[in-house]
Design a protein around this ligand. Structure first.
Ligand code: EPS
Length: 377
């Protein structure tokens, strides 16, 4: 199962192609659009989200709301293209008007112009922008629907915004409730503090990042492999999550906290389960041992850096003159941690769906469901 995306932030549209989906997967277009709406939400978003009202269009691979087994092509149109056509049109446009030369520290701008031999960072940022995550979210919703058919669910919440951190444990069943909170935080007190901080940062022209936690519930053991490192499920998850714009750190289970604890406090002891099989009383491994799912919830945490477009700017160099300058944004999100949470769920769904498809194969959903049902827990 393979996902490819294309599209520029202010281009005509964003597109995704998914290859390798089995036939007869029910596609709920309303549920895809609900995910797109969630990605646009969250306290601290900027002006662009007032322009867009993202909706998916399915171009191929689905007939009468069911997959055909052919490549699925998805599109999310950029409403803002109407304002940008004269600067972005592939058929010919004015490339001088929206030039970006005061490159933003922390964005792809400077390294991109050097690597791709450009004089205008717009030619870089249009693709590097997190706008691309809209279509990745649409694709992620399709992967989630495939996993849901097997009883595998993915959810998550925001643990921390710019140092304001919720350290309490929340059961998987509580996580979906986060989506009705303005910052996807489950601790309302912390959330109010974070909202006040975002308001302050907006006034100061600054930005904030945070920590997201995503969990996979209901995945049986044995997905991924200890035999080849490219197949290790934790490695694949970390790579996919790290590929989400602005993510700078990823951990599984206890993650970095394991460095401070002795082994007897880290490893999840194994006991016989009632009625046969095995059980663990803790899940410090975050559901993955030896690069394979072990049947417990998979727990992934990711750090989002603060968005690099600061309204107050940062010291930089203007690449057209070589002189010191100030990076500036016409508009920016103060905090897009909620969007990052939804996109991280999408990235996780992609990897888990791929691992399931690789192990089980199956041309139709009937085959996939039967094979999954035959596996031990
Ligand atoms: C985004 C759209 C962008 C940014 C943001 C994500 O809109 P625009 O650049 O037109 O204001 O709000 O992109 C970035 C944070 C970034 O660094 O590029 C979206 O739809 O999520």
């Amino acid at each position: 199962m393979k996902l490819t995306t294309a599209g520029e932030s202010h281009g005509k549209c964003l597109v995704a192609i998914i290859e390798g989906l089995p036939s007869d997967l029910d596609i709920d277009i309303g549920a895809i659009n609900a995910r797109l709406a969630l990605r646009q939400r969250g306290y601290g978003r900027g002006g662009r989200q007032k322009i867009e009202s993202d909706k998916v269009e399915i171009l191929s691979g689905v007939r009468n709301k069911r997959t055909l087994g052919s490549p699925l092509a998805l599109a999310v149109v950029n409403a803002d293209y109407a304002n940008w056509e004269k600067y972005m049109s592939p058929e010919g446009c004015d490339t001088s008007a929206k030039k970006v030369t005061a490159v933003r520290p922390g964005h792809a701008d400077l390294t991109g112009v050097v690597k791709f031999n450009q004089t205008d960072a717009r030619n870089i940022l249009e693709r590097a922008s997190a706008r691309e995550t809209a279509v990745r979210t649409a694709a992620g919703a399709v992967f989630s629907q495939y996993l849901s058919a097997l009883g595998i669910e993915i959810s998550g919440y925001v643990r921390c915004v710019c140092g304001i951190s919720d350290e309490t444990f929340h059961a998987f069943s509580e996580l979906d409730g986060a989506k009705s909170h303005p910052l996807f935080m489950l601790d309302s007190q912390k959330e109010q503090e974070a909202i006040a901080l975002i308001d302050k940062l907006r006034r100061e022209g600054d930005t904030a990042g945070g920590v997201i936690e995503v969990r996979v519930h209901g995945l049986k053991s044995g997905f991924g492999s200890c035999m080849t490192y490219s197949q290790k499920l934790d490695a694949r998850l970390c790579a996919a999550v790290m590929s989400v714009q602005a993510i700078k750190g990823v951990e599984i289970g206890l993650g970095f906290a394991a460095a401070n604890l002795k082994g007897s406090l880290v490893h999840d002891e194994i006991f016989p389960a009632e009625g046969g099989g095995y059980t663990r009383k803790t899940n410090n491994a975050g559901g993955i041992e030896g690069g394979m799912s072990n049947g417990e919830d998979i727990v992934i945490r990711a750090v989002m850096k603060p968005i690099p477009t600061l309204m107050k700017g940062l010291a930089t160099v203007d690449i057209s003159t070589g002189e010191p300058s100030r990076s500036a944004g016409e508009r920016s999100d103060v905090c897009a941690i909620c969007a990052a949470e939804i996109v991280t769920e999408s990235a996780v769904a992609e990897v888990i769906a791929q691992a399931v498809a690789e192990r089980l194969g199956g041309d139709s959903m009937d085959e996939v469901i039967k094979r999954y049902g035959e596996l031990r827990q």
